[in-house]
Design a protein around this ligand. Structure first.
Ligand SMILES: [Zn+2]
Length: 85
């Protein structure tokens, strides 16, 4: 039986500079499944590890919708209503 897990994937990232030691072409992307799915980068030179930002955390769409809602409120309340007899 093989003890080494095949679920962990290490992928070399060409042209990527380590954010800590600034060494080029030393960073690998690591995908693990156990104990829980995760993805991070690791520098083979200094051992620095860093999580990548999760795109799901970026709520640009919600922000845009909120802005449209405010604009609608402003145009609806700022105008002066005049009644003509
Ligand atoms: Zn490094």
């Amino acid at each position: 039986m093989r003890y080494q897990s095949s679920t962990t994937k290490r992928r070399f990232l060409a042209g990527v500079r380590c954010p800590k030691c600034q060494v080029m072409d030393a960073v690998v992307q690591i995908n693990i499944v156990e104990p829980e799915p995760d993805e991070y980068i690791e520098c083979t030179q200094c051992g620095h590890t860093e999580h990548r930002p999760d795109p799901d955390d970026i709520s640009a769409k919600n922000h845009a919708e909120d802005q449209m809602y405010r604009d609608a409120m402003n145009t609806g309340t700022s105008g002066t209503v005049k009644f003509k007899p």
